[in-house]
Every structure is written in C-alpha cells, then in structure tokens.
Design a binder for this molecule. Structure first.
Ligand code: 4AD
Ligand code: MG
Length: 569
C-alpha cells in the first residue's frame, strides 16, 4: 500500500518548496503533509531525511516541557504506523502549554534533524511554524496518558482509535480486508453485494433481528391521536344526521322539480356531508397499538408488507449468483440476535462468504485453507510492525502462529474421528460431555487444534441434526458434507459445506427441520432449474482478527461492537 502519488495539486507550490529532495511517495494524498510512516518506518529510521523541511500532522501521545519551559518534546502519531515522530517546539514558536497534553492535534512545519547522540530515535522534527492546533483540556479528556484497559476503552468507542492498540487493530483489519479482496479477485471470484434486509433465515435458527416500522408507526399514531383525538360517538351521530338532512333536501327538491342549479348545489352539499362522515368513521377506527388481524400482528401493514429481518448470512442470495457466475463471494455485515455474552460472539459481525459452482466439499476445504494461509502470509508481509506491537503487548506467539499457519498443511479429520479422539482424552475434563451427535463446543474445538494437532484442523461430515438444512446429505443418511476450520486461540474460524443441490432431498430437509417452505421457495428454484453441485463457506472476519492479533475479546477488534445490552453510537 505504498503511497506513490505526487504532492497534492491543491498546494503544489508549498509542496514543491517543502518537498525539495524528498521522494514524492512520502506525501499524504489529498493532504498537504508527510506521513509519519514514511519517515520513521524507513530502513534508516529516517536519518537520511535530515535537513528536509516538511509538514506533518497528528495527535500528541505524550508531551512534556523541558529546559525550564524553553521547549517541549512531543511524541506525535498520525495513525499511519505504530511508531511516533519526536517533535520539538521552542517557546518562541508557540506557547507550549497548549501543545503538550495527550490528545492535542497539531499540524506543523519544521526541519528534520538528527538528534544528539544517545537518543533512541534516528530523526526528530524541529518545528518552525505551527499551522494549526486542536487543543485538549486535560482535566476533561477521557483518555489520559496512563495505560487504559480495553474494557475501559469500550466506553469511548469514538475516541479509542487514538490508542496504540485500537489503531493497530484498525490497520490489521484494513489489511485483512484488502487481502481478502486480493485473494478472491486473484482467483477469479466476483464480488457480489448481498442484501442486509432479508425475508429468509439462512441458518434456520430463528436468531434474526426483525426490521419493522410498526412500532414507530404506532408511536406516531399514538401521538397524533393525543393531539387530535378520534371523533366521539355523538360527533359521528351528528354527522350522520347532517347526511340525512342533506339527503332529504335533495329528495324534496327533486320531487318539487326544482331547477337544476338548486338540485346540483344540494347534491354537492350532500356529497360534502358524506365525505366528512366517511373521514370521521375512518378516524374512529384508528386504535393505538400495533395493527392486528385475526388476533395476530398484521404484517401486511408493515413497511415491506411482510416480516423482514437483518441477514444472518449472505449465503443463500450469493448462491443465486454462484449458480450463474460460477465463483463469487460476498463480504458484509451480518447480524445475530443470540444472547451470547462470550468473548467470541457479536450481534453484528462481518463475514466473508465465497461460493463456488462445480465444487465439492474437498474443493471447498482447499479454498478455505488457501485463503486463511494467504491472510496470514499477507500480515507477515504487510503488517509486521503492527504484529510486533501485538507480540509485545498481547500475545508473544502471535507472529509465530501466523508463520505456522501460513506454512503448515491443515489437519483434516471427520467429525466421527474428532469425537473418538475427544472421548479418549484423559488429561482434561471437559465441561460438556462428548458423544457422537453433540455440537462440538469451543473447549472441544480448541483442544483439537491447540493440544492434539497444534495447528489448524478441518473437521468435516457432521451429524445432519446439528447443521443447517442446506448442507448436502451424505450417503450414510446421517451426516452432511459440512466442514469447520478450527484454529488455535479461537476455535471455529470458518463454517461451510457442500450445498444440497438435489431438489427432492433439500425440500425434505427443510420440512424435516420444521421450517416453512414458502420463504425458501425462491431458493428451491435454484434446484428446480439448472441445478449444479456447489459449495461455500463463511469466515468470521472478527474471529480472524482475534486469531491474528491474540486479543482476547472480540469486542475490541471491531470498530463499533454490538452485543446484548450495548450498541454505542
Ligand atoms: O458457521 P456459520 O454460522 O456459517 C454460516 O453463516 C454460513 N451461512 C456460511 C456459509 O457457508 N456461507 O458462521 C460462519 C462464521 C463462523 O465460523 C464464525 O467464525 C463466524 O462466522 N460467526 C461469528 N462471529 C462473531 N459473532 C458471532 N455471533 C458469530 N457467529 C458466527
Ligand atoms: Mg458454524
């Protein structure tokens, strides 16, 4: 992601003067400054740039006045890398008090210089001109210099990107997203945007958030009825009486053979009276609360004229594209209304879901393995400084784990073999009993990958009773062609399967699982018309971040975590 643009045209003059002798790749795009990364992350630590006049901007990590208040040292970070640039400001250039507080934003121009012998940085910036300051009141700033826990920072999700950890996670997350698109594009997959609002429950687990305007409509109506109450019975009676009177007048005029204008005028009055009665009667039917029909909520009055939900997975829709374009993937937010308070579950998380036509379970496993390996290698190649930060602060083994996964073939065992292995474990007591037919829990998954094999494990052919309806039934009629990729530190990282492409079989499976056929009718069309063997999987993007960074809680690897009881901002 090298920045190899020429200086921004908006300030070409300033850029040319300031940039004299500097590589154009140092300049931030669309912003008249040099990225701190391009100074301090050079192989010479920036020393080769000494003597250059540049502009930088960033936020003060730490600042202190020195030399009896004659100058200040500021550690400046602009988010382009984990390292800071040391900045020195003399009191003649600016009042120092406004610059030194953690969180202060400064945009400055100055000369890069070699610092005196014995200091750890290779280059520092002597400020000649302050262009802009975004001050901070240290008494009020919620993120002081002291080491803050990740849990504390969750109360400040809007400010926490300023911390070393959350900014490193943001860069790693960005790199993994870029790597994801690179991998699939390189392998000829087409990126498809699947819907966020859906009417089909992909996993059939009933863990969906409902999307409805019925409540806000009901609230609006209640307010409106308070301001403008429905008509009373006597008002309606009076309106009816008026209609009758006006009707009588029309009849009288007609029988008296009155002139046409008089009759027309009386008919208009009658029509007005009837309209007014109709309006009153309509309003008298308005009731506060949700619309009902036959004792149930009437969803035909909802926004989409039916029940709708936030998607739990883009799989079903992306299958439609795979059954036309062959190799596709979707990458988007997914939502699950599970009440899990674990460190591995979110209510809103991102999933990468490839879907491959003419591919069986083995092809699917090969793809998942190649993709996960590619992600690991990508971080080693592109994010080493952030990974080193993780090793130092969170998980000593994070880089070794990436190296191991990038270079070691994954173990592949059937569910039946996995259960046999776990049943024979004697050195550990599991909280959840192991027997054929159980859904493996996190403790079992982690034991397999961390203790037994010490590398990623793909478990395949699970009992049909614990997996989703769309997975292909195996010939034993007991298991389905499912596969989960389990990795150390996390457990389940990927879940996928070969899809059931046989119309009769999948219809039977839907019914067997007690699901209604109607919402899946369109999905069955993919089997009715031109059905094809196909397979796919979903990789939990935040699980991948947990695995890569070694951070313990999934709430700290997504910018804005949503979980039961919490949806800030
Ligand atoms: O195993 P899951 O439920 O599979 C599916 O949703 C399939 N439709 C995917 C497909 O075949 N296209 O979810 C896939 C992955 C899991 O392996 C896990 O990594 C992650 O999504 N995941 C979660 N991540 C965070 N919070 C949650 N609540 C998660 N639920 C699943
Ligand atoms: Mg799963």
């Amino acid at each position: 992601m090298a920045n190899d643009a020429t200086p921004p045209p908006s300030d070409q003059m300033a850029a040319t003067t300031l940039n004299d002798g500097l590589s154009s790749s140092m300049w931030a795009q669309f912003s008249d400054r040099v990225l701190i990364r391009s100074i301090v992350c050079r192989s010479d630590g920036g020393v080769g740039l000494a003597g250059q006049m540049i502009r930088v901007g960033g936020w003060v990590k730490t600042g202190r006045e020195q030399g009896k208040g004659s100058f200040a040292f500021l550690e400046l970070n602009d988010g382009s890398c984990p390292a800071n640039l040391q900045v020195i400001v003399d009191k003649e250039v600016s009042p120092l008090e406004q610059l030194v507080h953690t969180g202060t934003c400064i945009y400055v121009q100055g000369l890069l210089k070699e610092p005196p012998e014995g200091t750890k940085q290779k280059v520092e910036l002597r400020v000649e001109k302050i262009i802009d300051v975004g001050p901070v009141d240290p008494a009020k700033y919620p993120l002081p210099k002291t080491r803050l826990t990740l849990e504390f920072l969750r109360d400040f999700v809007h400010l926490r990107p300023r911390t070393n950890t959350i900014s490193a996670v943001a860069r790693i997350r960005n790199a993994l997203a870029y790597a994801t698109h690179t991998f699939f594009q390189k392998h000829g997959f087409l990126y498809v945007h699947t819907p966020i609002i859906t009417t089909s429950d992909c996993e059939g687990a009933g863990e969906m958030f409902q999307v409805t305007t019925l409540f806000s409509d009901a609230e609006k109506l209640e307010k409106e009825l308070k301001q403008n109450p429905p008509p009373s019975e006597s008002e309606i009676e009076a309106a009816k009486l008026l209609v009758k009177e006006k009707g009588d007048i029309v009849s009288q005029l007609k029988s008296a053979k009155a002139n046409k204008e008089a009759i027309n005028a009386a008919v208009s009055e009658l029509t007005r009276a009837k309209d007014s009665l109709a309006r009153l009667e309509e309003r008298s039917k308005l009731k506060p609360g949700l619309p009902e029909k036959d004792g149930k909520i009437d969803y035909s009055r909802d926004f989409f004229a039916r029940q709708a939900f936030l998607t739990v997975s883009g799989q079903l829709q992306v299958e439609g594209f795979a059954c036309a374009l062959s190799s596709v993937y979707t990458f988007g937010p997914t939502f699950r209304a599970e009440h899990s308070h674990t460190s591995r579950h979110l209510a809103e998380f991102w999933m990468v879901e490839p879907e491959i036509a003419f591919a069986d379970l083995k092809d699917n496993m090969n793809c998942a393995e190649a993709y996960v390996k590619f992600l690991c290698q990508w971080l080693l190649d592109n994010c080493l400084d952030d990974m080193e930060f993780m090793v130092k602060n969170f998980d000593k083994t994070a880089i070794d784990r990436l190296k191991m996964v990038a270079s070691t073939p994954f173990e592949r065992i059937s569910y039946t073999e996995a259960v046999q292995l776990l049943e024979n474990v004697t050195d550990k007591k599991f909280d959840n009993k192991v027997e054929w037919g159980i859904d493996l829990s996190s403790e079992h998954e982690r034991y397999l990958t961390e203790v037994v094999f010490k590398k990623p494990v793909i478990v395949y052919n699970y009992p049909k009773t614990i997996k989703a309806f769309y997975m292909r039934l195996n010939d034993d009629m007991k298991t389905v062609a499912a596969m989960d990729v389990l990795v150390p530190k996390v457990g389940e990282l990927v879940g996928g399967s070969q899809r059931e492409e046989r119309y009769v079989v999948i219809e039977k499976r839907i019914l067997e699982m007690g699901l209604p056929l109607e919402p899946y009718d369109w999905y069955l069309d993919l089997r009715r018309y031109g059905t094809v063997k196909h397979s796919g999987f979903g990789l939990g993007f935040e699980r991948m971040l947990l695995f890569a960074t070694g951070i313990d809680n999934i709430r700290d690897v997504i910018p804005f975590p949503r979980y039961p009881g919490r949806a800030d901002l």
